[in-house]
Ligand binder design. Structure first.
Ligand code: PHE
Length: 337
């Protein structure tokens, strides 16, 4: 029995045969060794001690052999697993598709860089805004007809989705400490208007607000600043021109055109043959806006502007539909990577 058991144990190569077949057939309740031990009681009393002792030795030997084999097989299994699952860390990884900033965000980042270089702060303000800042403080009292120019999403009576980034002027003005020197800031962000979406209208779009306040700021400072911006953004071949316009919060107000991207000033269907495309609104900050923020307009004054990066992007890249910027179709967006 011993030799048969040891040889079977030696030759087995899987754990379940070892434990469920071999071990059971020798050591189990009805196993061969168990049977010998159980039958001892039928032997001549004189033979019992000898047979008992020897059977126990054999049983222990088989038990030890099973345990040892179990250990061996487990180790072999582990070795095989380690071999199979070995990772070659020197192999190149599988490529992960690379994201990139949205084209509008790239333009905004570029604009921020240019103004940071001129010592401006870049601030962000709330998209859900108080009517007080969006309109009142921007010199648009209730029932002012110019409120209609900016159809508004109201949330409550006096809370709304900001229709412009201009409320940031009011927010900064009421807090600014002029002992720190002139105020120079830009504030990029999203604005909302209750327009029906079409190729040239989107109910949400971007603006970058700009504000400079100090003693002795002149219209020529505004013009020089905007000219520098356009030159930095698009190159020295582009010019700007100012046309009189109206905004309730600036006086005088101007609309600013730049050389048409498409025809470089020669005239084409995009610029209605003028050679110019309108890119932003601006002006000298209205005395009322300063007064409402607690600033004396006789002492301080300055300029403000609001530009639309979406329009920049459309004109520069010939995008015909503003909604493409907001649909997040990677096939469209990846063109600008
Ligand atoms: N807020 C104006 C608009 O949305 C733009 C603007 C900003 C005009 C600052 C003048 C000064 O149309």
């Amino acid at each position: 029995i011993r030799d048969q058991a040891l040889s079977e144990i030696k030759n087995v190569s899987d754990v379940s045969t070892l434990n469920q077949k071999i071990r059971v057939s020798f050591l189990g309740k009805r196993g061969k060794i168990t049977k010998v031990l159980r039958d001892i009681k039928n032997l001549d009393p004189k033979e019992r001690p000898e047979v008992g002792k020897y059977s126990n030795i054999v049983r222990n030997k088989i038990q030890d052999a099973v345990a040892k084999k179990n250990q061996e097989l487990k180790q072999a299994l582990l070795n095989q697993k380690l071999k199979d699952e070995k990772i070659d860390v020197t192999l190149p990884g599988s490529p992960v598709p690379k994201g990139s900033p949205h084209v509008i965000q790239s333009i905004i980042d570029h604009i921020c860089d240019i103004f940071l270089g001129m010592g401006y702060q870049v601030l962000s303000g709330p998209e859900v805004e108080e009517e007080k800042y969006n309109f009142e403080r921007m010199n648009l009292p209730k029932y002012h007809p110019a409120r209609d120019m900016q159809a508004t999403f109201y949330i409550t009576n006096d809370i709304l989705m900001r229709t412009q980034t201009s409320p940031m002027q009011a927010r900064v003005l009421e807090k600014y400490d002029f002992s720190k020197g002139p105020l120079k800031m830009i504030s990029p962000g999203i604005v909302f208007r209750r327009d029906n979406d079409d190729p040239t209208h989107s109910h949400q779009f971007h603006q970058v607000e700009g504000l400079v306040i100090d003693k002795n700021i002149k219209m020529s400072d505004l013009k020089g600043t905007l000219e520098y911006l356009i030159h930095q953004l698009f190159g020295d071949k582009f010019d700007i021109r100012l046309r009189p316009s109206y905004f309730p919060f600036t006086e005088p107000s101007v609309e600013v055109d730049m050389t048409c991207f498409n025809c470089m000033g020669k005239g084409c269907n995009i610029c209605k043959n003028t050679g110019w495309i309108e890119v932003l609104g601006a002006g000298m900050v209205h005395p009322n806006v300063l007064k409402m923020a607690g600033i004396d307009p006789k002492e301080y004054g300055g300029f403000a502007f609001g530009l639309g990066p979406d329009r920049f992007a459309m004109l520069r890249y010939g995008v015909k539909d503003i909604r493409d910027f907001y649909l997040d179709d990677v096939r469209f967006l990846s063109q600008f990577d």
